[in-house]
Design a protein around this ligand. Structure first.
Ligand code: ADP
Ligand code: MG
Length: 305
């Protein structure tokens, strides 16, 4: 199969989609964005051996590559529309490509984003880059920078599951739920949309709750106190790891793609799937409290002062 046939077979679906004037197949895509919106543009690269273990099912690699971008769109309050895919392959085996494209379109169809172009090359390891654009009402994109002292800090879902899943995967141990949270995280697009006009600051958690909340606070020029005992932990995480590990995964593990946001608590009471974990403060420090005591959290976990 030559490159042209490969693209045609695995990535060109020739469907007609509103807003896509020209999709895969020409020198560039021609798109008609909704004129009443601002465009959010995001991009993420996943490198084999760095962002996913060598030997990961290509369907999962593709699914995850789409979701990590959707998560950034969710954190901006956007609705996803289009994506392009730059794919570096070590070989072009048909079974690999078949699985990859099925995972890619499974995520794309589930979350309503359309592949409109890309680039395919050969290299020494698998590298997947997806660039995606989404739309949000003019002037309404959610930013990291608006957290205000007195706001409540919330998190979606149950952070820590993906990092626990990756740890199990690396030890070749099984746990369908936890490993699934790593391989196929849920982009919080619905929550992101509902936060438009409500949240004062939003970030998605790719590097770990404490690190990413720290970025939000820095952008906002504020600090926070969060309670470790209020972290929402999944039953699967609790059943599989001791309490220290559970908290370590939830605080510093990455790859969850949950949203962390600041908001006036009254404005989000009706939102499902969120948990209040703390408050924005005037100081610029991020304090983690355990039973009222401040504990220090770093990359290797947390420890008492
Ligand atoms: P060019 O040489 O003009 O850059 P290519 O031969 O690389 O074009 O690509 C031909 C068409 O196929 C373009 O529309 C491009 O966007 C699309 N394409 C290439 N690789 C992929 C891919 N992995 N996924 C989706 N579309 C792709
Ligand atoms: Mg060209």
């Amino acid at each position: 199969m030559n490159e042209f046939e490969l693209i045609r077979h695995y990535f060109d679906r020739r469907q007609s989609v509103p807003g896509v004037i020209v999709g895969v197949g020409d020198d560039g895509a021609v798109l008609a964005p909704d004129p009443n919106t601002d465009q959010c543009q995001v991009i993420d690269t996943l490198v084999e051996g760095v962002h996913f273990p060598v030997g990961t099912d290509p369907a999962d690699i593709a699914y995850r590559s789409v979701v990590v971008n959707l998560s950034d769109i969710a954190a901006m309050g956007g609705r996803p529309r289009w994506m392009t895919l730059a794919l570096t392959l070590t070989d072009a085996s048909e079974s690999w490509l078949g699985a990859f494209s099925s995972g890619l379109f499974a995520a794309a169809d589930k979350y309503n984003v359309v592949l409109v172009g890309g680039d395919t090359t050969r290299g020494d390891s698998v590298v997947v880059t997806i660039a995606m654009s989404g739309e949000v009402e003019k002037g309404c994109a959610l930013l990291r920078s608006g957290a205000t002292p007195g706001d409540t800090i919330f998190v979606t879902g149950t952070p820590g599951d993906a990092a626990a899943g990756l740890a199990l995967l690396q030890q070749r141990e099984a746990n369908e739920y936890l490993v699934g949270r790593f391989l196929r995280p849920t982009p919080r697009l619905e929550t992101g949309r509902k936060l438009v006009g409500k949240a004062s600051a939003v970030i998605d958690i790719s590097d770990g709750l404490v690190g990413d909340l720290g970025k939000l606070l820095q952008a906002s020029g504020a600090g926070a106190e969060i309670s470790i005992d209020r972290l929402p932990l999944s039953d699967a995480l609790r059943a599989r790891f001791d309490v220290d590990k559970q908290r370590r995964f939830a605080l510093t593990g990455g790859d969850d793609y949950e949203l962390c946001f600041a908001a006036n608590a009254d404005s989000v009471v009706e939102l499902a799937g969120i948990t209040a974990i703390g408050k924005v403060t005037e100081s610029t420090a991020l304090l983690c409290l355990l039973n009222g005591d401040v504990v220090e959290v770093d990359d290797s976990g947390y420890r008492h002062f």
